[in-house]
Design a protein around this ligand. Structure first.
Ligand code: CTP
Ligand code: MG
Length: 271
């Protein structure tokens, strides 16, 4: 196998930064991929999961679409990407699939398989990567999944208007959605429901075919292969393969990776 790894890294980290701020609206929020994990950025940790793997022949990182954001991304990550042998392409503006679509153009012909892994998953155990890669030698589309442990329910799309809780100041400031309440409208049997992780690995030509479809709306790449009517096979994922999504995920990731938060330098040692 000769695997090209695509790492979508063009997201806006909206949930990580907390939405609604000016910086967020302008797309200038701090990127979660810059956060420190034991002296290395999240993005570097993610690339290092693959750059020495014997089956990996190429790594493509899809960075920000906005030219200014891309220039600053290059300043922050460019040297390290070069050292690790990763190529940088311009990602998609609004959706992850647009970033993958952009990166696919740069995949070398010699690649037999394409793996796609979220830049925001830096703690993937090497055994999981090998499990997915091994299965990809036998099946054309492989994804890691984990069981759902909490009970699942369906709720009404609209929120319940709870007047007794109304805080007039919050209403004026538009912050009334912090505790949205919904009505339960049904249960979901979780026995055959799973949560999907990355890396997802596909035969090169299968993924190319999936991305030639008219409708590319999707939240993962396997969804597009399913849309073709082709079979997607699951292997066991791993709880440690967490995606950095919200601020609270960062200490958990540091614990999983056994690294400490960077120490703020004591003020008497600053000079
Ligand atoms: N991603 C991307 N291009 C986009 C959107 C997302 O390459 N237009 C990437 C992100 O950088 C991330 C991965 O897809 O590595 C998973 O997305 P997610 O965790 O949702 O990250 P963000 O989109 O940055 O976060 P949010 O949805 O909270 O804004
Ligand atoms: Mg997103």
């Amino acid at each position: 196998m000769k695997i090209t790894v695509i790492i979508p890294a063009a997201g806006m980290s909206t949930r990580f930064n907390g939405s609604g701020t000016d910086a967020d609206l302008l797309g200038m929020g701090r990127s979660k991929l810059d956060e420190d994990l034991g002296g290395k950025t999240v993005l570097q940790r993610t690339i290092e999961l693959f750059n020495t793997h014997e089956d990996v022949g190429q790594i493509i990182v899809a960075g920000p679409y906005d030219p200014e954001a891309m220039a600053s991304f290059k300043l922050r990550h460019g040297d390290r990407l070069n050292l690790l042998g990763a190529e940088l392409v311009v990602g998609g503006r609004d959706h992850r699939w647009q970033s993958v679509q952009a990166a696919i153009q740069s995949v070398k012909d010699e690649a037999t398989h394409i793996a796609i892994h979220d830049a925001a998953r830096p703690a993937t155990p090497p055994e999981l990567i090998d499990r997915v890669f091994d299965a990809a030698a036998r099946f054309d589309a492989v994804i890691p999944v984990i069981p759902v442990s909490d009970t699942l329910k369906r709720v009404s799309p609209e929120t319940i208007d709870d007047q007794s809780e109304a805080d007039p100041l919050a209403a004026i400031l538009g912050a009334g959605e912090s505790n949205p309440m919904h009505e339960v409208v049904g249960g979901i049997d979780r026995t055959d429901v799973v949560m999907v992780q990355t890396p997802q690995v596909f035969k090169n030509d299968l993924l190319m075919r999936a991305y030639q479809q008219e409708d590319l709306t999707s939240t993962d790449d396997a969804g597009l292969v399913e849309r073709l009517g082709e079979r997607v096979v699951t292997v066991a994922g791993d709880e440690r393969n967490m995606k950095l999504t919200r601020p609270g995920d960062l200490p958990v990731l540091r614990a999983i990776m056994k690294v400490h938060a960077p120490k703020a330098r004591a003020s008497h040692k600053k000079f």
